[in-house]
Write a protein that binds this ligand. Structure first.
Ligand SMILES: Nc1ncnc2c1ncn2[C@@H]1O[C@H](COP(=O)(O)OP(=O)(O)O)[C@@H](O)[C@H]1O
Ligand SMILES: O=C(O)C1=C[C@@H](OP(=O)(O)O)[C@@H](O)[C@H](O)C1
Length: 317
């Protein structure tokens, strides 16, 4: 299968200024091109490339045509549909409970766009916290590009899964590449990035993520273990166990990791607590929250106030 990312331009009427000639990361591994209106295909790792510079970990090129936003999707996959779900979430048939909810999300995200002023959003949180799911919705409504840092590492290394990278190389090798990917992404604008759950443990990654807005999806361990048990642990090497009840194994490993990671997630600019959202909704059951409920919290204009202050501290919503 061809590795690579296909980029699609969509008019979004939002831009923080026009970049000409592209930005280059310190090691020249990433280039943001502005080919005045042209949509381009981006290659990463061993995939096809048009232009852009290459580093040992690969090359990324994103078209940013004057005020238009780009949507990114894996080559061959379908674009993310903003208003319809392909899966059921905690018994919900839809990502959104209603059209009203979808419209609310759209309105909130438009307000936040102004304050973001092109800055990237980095979603952090434990494995299974919904970074990819919520991130795709956020990117869709913001007119931002979505990147999953795990996928970028896979493409850069030229391996089909994080599990294989851990097995053939090591966790340290994966972490080095994860940092390189985050460094490269940090020189770009208008991205929603779903980071790997362990990205928070390296201080240097915070240096990169602090160039944008970091948002911690704080999900109770029990809910995480349920979600992971449902989809299996094969794609998450730190949780993969040869035997045992998947929920119990996932819960115990996640608890250990949460302990080890201590306050690392709390470095994020914003904490979105599912327990608090559920309690606000009056049912106290986080499994009833749709990804859109959560994306609305990420988009709340309250976040925008962070950018009005020169010194801000983490805010829990
Ligand atoms: N709000 C939610 N309710 C129920 N299941 C969810 C929710 N958000 C994500 N999921 C499911 O949980 C699993 C992990 O989500 P994912 O977005 O891949 O997490 P992450 O990127 O943080 O590892 C997926 O199977 C996804 O469909
Ligand atoms: O928590 C972690 O250390 C990891 C989380 C994974 O990403 P997700 O959070 O997307 O599952 C992936 O980066 C790797 O398996 C390690």
């Amino acid at each position: 299968m061809e590795a690579g990312l296909a980029l699609q331009t969509r008019a979004a009427g939002f831009g923080s200024g026009r970049r000409r000639g592209g930005l280059q990361s310190p090691i020249g591994s990433l280039r943001v091109a502005d080919p005045a209106g042209a949509a381009v295909a981006a290659g990463f790792g061993s995939g096809r490339r048009r232009g852009g510079l290459q580093s040992p970990i690969g090359s990324l090129r994103v078209a940013d045509p004057a005020g238009a936003a780009v949507a990114v999707r894996a080559r061959g996959s379908k674009p993310v549909a903003p208003l319809r779900a392909k899966k059921s979430f905690g018994g919900h048939e839809n990502l959104h409970n209603s059209v009203d909810e979808a419209l609310l999300l759209k309105r909130k995200s438009e307000e936040v766009l102004f304050y973001l002023n092109g800055r990237c959003i980095y979603l952090v949180g434990m494995m299974g916290s919904g970074k990819s799911t919520v991130g795709k919705i956020m990117s869709e409504v913001l007119g931002y590009s979505f990147f999953d840092s795990d996928k970028l590492v896979e493409q850069a290394v030229g391996m089909p899964s994080v599990a294989q990278i851990f097995k053939v190389h090591s966790e340290a090798f994966f972490r080095d590449n994860e940092s390189s990917v985050l460094r490269d992404l940090s020189s770009m604008q208008r991205l929603v990035v779903a980071t790997g759950g362990g990205a928070v443990i390296r201080p240097v990654n915070w240096k990169y993520m602090k160039k944008g807005l970091s948002v911690w999806l704080d999900v109770p361990l029990d809910a995480l273990a349920r979600r992971i048990a449902k989809v299996g642990t094969a794609s998450r090497p730190l949780l993969d166990q040869p035997s045992g009840d998947p929920y119990t194994m996932a819960f115990s490993k996640l608890s250990m990791l949460a302990e080890q990671r201590g306050d690392a997630y709390a470095n994020a600019d914003v904490r979105v607590s599912l327990e608090e959202i559920a309690s606000k909704q009056g049912h106290h059951d986080v499994s009833k929250l749709t990804p859109t409920d959560i994306a609305i919290e990420v988009s709340l204009p309250r976040i925008s106030f962070l950018f009005l202050r020169t010194n801000y501290h983490q805010t829990a919503f």
